[in-house]
Ligand binder design. Structure first.
Ligand SMILES: *Cc1c(COP(=O)(O)O)cnc(C)c1O
Length: 364
């Protein structure tokens, strides 16, 4: 028997979340972001649930090839553009649209031999200072691109650093508007947080929106809002089983470093999940977990292959009982991934992307 741990991708939840985001997006078309192997879910596993998206956006050319292999004929956008000149040949061959964020990419395009002009998204660095042309360089880049026979339509794009927080989008949006107001082309500005929190303010500049984490059922602005507040459902559940039970007496300790000591007699469950499965080792006593759908807590340190949980609230639990590390339990109870991420001092994105290769996947 394989080790009893399983990651499950929920196609219905993907469909539901996409529908929910579409309602927030008004007339804008939706890029479903599937970078990082669809936030750890697996591109092939999410494809069916997301096929009503208007396009898919990602970074790895190999992931774009996998989408074409699934017979996706619609738009695909490379969010970081090409990394070297010959990537442009693949763009031509697979019909990939790509971001232009620096002059080197324009040079490559100018030297590229193609019959088919390519669709590009010109990216402005409106304040995040990661990728993109500074506002004062943006129009020159646009003019240069516009003169190239290799270029078809030019769309305009930027990315917000604080759409999920108090600073918001106003300052960056103002910069973007000031520079682009009289340029033609479609606009793409919003990640999940910008779409859900600032959708109205951005509606007139949103031909395409770019939700990622919302598609995967987590709240981009947790703990300000929960996924349930946004009407989103978990798309990835990590579950395992109890492979051991220990009866502790008052004063007994659990696990490496004896960091948890029982104050009274209690039952402890040993779960077939550890940090080598991608469970965050930073979680300690108190991190939330569901046993047979009942909420309880982690006790002691997470080890490589196991972790230990307090069975006091679930006296009926025993060997083989279902444990939900995050996501949905068999009875429909939910442990939001955002709550676990918070307990681990990280964000849901990282947990989703970190599920280890040794964990088997299933789809529902
Ligand atoms: C990852 C990414 C997104 C999606 O962000 P979420 O916070 O997951 O919605 C949107 N745009 C760009 C450029 C990205 O890299």
């Amino acid at each position: 028997m394989p080790r009893p741990i399983l990651a499950t991708v929920h196609a219905d939840a993907l469909r539901h979340n996409l529908h929910r985001l579409r309602a927030a997006a008004g007339d804008a078309r939706i890029w479903a972001i599937v970078k990082a192997n669809a936030y750890g879910h697996g591109i092939e596993r999410v494809f069916e649930g997301l096929r009503s998206a208007d396009g898919f956006a990602l970074l790895d050319l190999s992931e774009a090839q996998r989408l074409r292999a699934l017979d996706w004929r619609g738009p695909i956008l490379l969010l970081e553009g090409v990394f070297e000149a010959r990537d442009l040949e693949l763009c031509s061959r697979l019909g990939l649209w790509h971001v232009i964020h620096c002059n080197e990419q324009i040079d490559m395009l100018a030297a590229h031999k193609t019959q088919l002009p390519q669709r590009v998204f010109l990216k402005m660095n409106s304040g995040m200072n990661r990728l993109g042309f500074k506002p004062e360089r943006f129009r020159a880049a646009w003019t240069r691109l516009n003169a190239l026979p290799q270029v078809d339509e030019i769309s305009l794009m930027t990315h917000f650093s604080d759409a999920d927080g108090l600073a918001g989008i106003a300052a960056q949006f103002k910069v973007f508007q000031a520079v682009t107001h009289d340029l033609p082309g479609e606009r793409s500005l919003s990640n999940s947080a910008a779409l859900l929190r600032h959708g109205e303010a951005l509606a007139a500049s949103s031909d395409w929106v770019r939700p990622g984490i919302g598609v995967y059922g987590s709240a981009a602005d947790y703990p300000l809002h929960s996924a349930a507040d946004w009407g989103l459902l978990p798309t990835l559940s990590l579950s395992a089983k109890l492979i051991g039970v220990q009866q502790l007496e008052a004063g007994d300790s659990v696990g490496y470093g004896s960091t948890f000591r029982a104050e009274r007699a209690m039952r402890i469950g040993v779960v077939a999940c550890g940090y080598a499965d991608g469970y965050p080792r930073h979680c300690g006593t108190g991190a939330p977990v569901l046993v047979a759908g009942v909420r309880t807590q982690l006790v002691g340190r997470v080890s490589m292959d196991m972790l230990t949980v307090d069975l006091s609230p679930v006296p009926e639990a025993g060997m083989g009982s279902e444990v939900t590390l995050w996501g949905m339990a068999a009875d429909g109870a939910v442990l939001p991934i955002d709550e676990l991420a918070q307990a681990a001092g990280t964000i849901s994105y990282e947990l989703m992307c970190a599920v280890a290769a040794r964990v088997p996947f299933a789809s529902t």
